[in-house]
Design a protein around this ligand. Structure first.
Ligand code: SF4
Length: 145
């Protein structure tokens, strides 16, 4: 029997509105994880050697690299107001939001993505193929140590 089409097979409208909301819900969404390429790109953007960038801004949990949280921080260290200060070099998970593998469940999408992110339902229509590509990109990032 062929697989049931995804609930989003007709595409999803999404456009980042720069609300910064996905950069502050740290308790709910946890760390900003960093792939090797993310670390390289951010280090270069900040004019730091990779080792200096890791010392200044990174931590590892269960073998996975992520931005180091300030004690008690509720927002990403690179957020100023609602502006990402490293936007051009932002990590993969910031680029692939909201099309994360764990978000593509209809109930979760409605409750935790559409109800939370003002960019959902706005802007251009992302096709199923484009969404699949982004989900796959985030999946590869998730699997990287
Ligand atoms: S790196 Fe930028 S886009 Fe990503 S969570 Fe931090 S402030 Fe937000």
């Amino acid at each position: 029997m062929p697989a049931k089409p995804a609930w989003w097979s007709a595409g999803i409208r999404f456009e980042c509105t720069g609300s910064g909301k996905c950069c502050v819900s740290r308790g709910e969404y946890g760390f900003v994880y960093l792939t090797r390429e993310d670390r390289r790109r951010l280090a270069e953007h900040l004019g730091l050697a990779p080792s200096a960038f890791r010392r200044a801004h990174c931590a590892q949990t269960e073998g996975h690299w992520h931005l180091a949280d300030e004690p008690g921080a509720t927002a990403c260290r690179f957020l100023e107001g609602t502006r990402c200060t490293v936007y051009e070099a932002r990590p993969t998970q910031c680029r692939t939001w909201p099309f994360w593998p764990e978000n593509m469940d209809a109930k979760k999408w409605d409750a935790e993505v559409a109800a939370f992110c003002p960019g959902v339902g706005r802007g251009r229509l992302w096709t199923e193929a484009e969404i699949r590509e982004v989900v796959a990109r985030q999946q590869r990032a998730d699997e990287e140590p």
